[in-house]
Design a protein around this ligand. Structure first.
Ligand code: ADP
Ligand code: ZN
Length: 213
């Protein structure tokens, strides 16, 4: 089954993707992770993307679509797209990319979370610089308080785009560009609305139910 996960920033796309990878052996393609890796490795793509990510704005489509095309090049079935598409032009591009590779999207899962809960999640979020695992200062600190549970790394930081000003920008970008995708996938009968509030495991079970898997 091929799915995409979308929703407002902080809805839990990354967390739920990790659970799906672990339990359903799906392949995860996250544009946010691809950009952060490029920034960390200081590639030309990373240098171009950094300012946009830090400010919470979308990286221009010309750059993003090229990157995704490459990442999807050897794609096989059972993938999760996380963070792409984020606007209608990207959704059209995705249709073309999938057509070329004779692949089909089965479900577009939209994670719904109230604005209050989103802001509380994002402002307390911390991220492992080594492996990308995410934590929360109150709700989910690393088990021993210092080391990443997944990789043992000690560099657990606050993403620049989780600062208050950037959070506001990301919310605006979401409203203007990403939210219209709901209607796009609804018209095609691919939209699955999932309540994204509450614990990771509650949300995961709702996703399983929505996907019938
Ligand atoms: P979140 O969903 O929590 O906002 P992501 O890790 O998915 O975080 O994305 C972080 C940032 O990466 C975005 O704010 C944007 O700058 C950039 N980005 C990710 N996906 C895309 C995309 N499809 N198009 C343009 N920019 C993107
Ligand atoms: Zn880690």
């Amino acid at each position: 089954m091929n799915i995409l996960l979308f929703g407002p920033p902080g809805a839990g796309k990354g967390t739920q993707s990790s659970l799906l990878v672990e339990r359903k052996k799906m392949r995860h393609i996250s544009t946010g992770d691809l950009f952060r890796a490029a920034i960390k490795n200081q590639t030309p793509l990373g240098k171009e993307a950094k300012g946009y990510l830090d400010a919470g704005r979308l990286v221009p489509d010309s750059v993003t679509i090229g990157m995704v095309q490459e990442a999807l090049n050897e794609l096989r079935d059972d993938f999760i797209l996380d963070g792409f598409p984020r606007n209608l032009a990207q959704a059209d591009a995705l249709d073309m990319i999938l057509d070329e590779q004779k692949l089909k999207l089965d479900n577009a899962v939209f994670l719904e979370v109230s604005t209050d809960e989103l802001v509380e999640r994002l402002s307390g979020r911390r991220t492992c610089r080594t492996c990308g695992a995410s934590y929360h200062v109150k709700n989910k600190p690393p088990k021993d308080g210092v080391h990443c549970d997944t990789c043992g790394g000690t560099d657990i930081y606050q993403r620049a785009d989780d600062a208050p000003e950037a959070i506001r920008t990301r919310m605006q970008v979401y409203e203007a560009s990403t939210r219209p995708l709901k209607e796009y996938y609804e018209k095609r009968g691919e939209l699955r609305l999932v309540d994204g509030s509450g614990s990771e495991h509650d949300v995961y079970r709702r996703i399983e139910k929505a996907l019938g898997c």
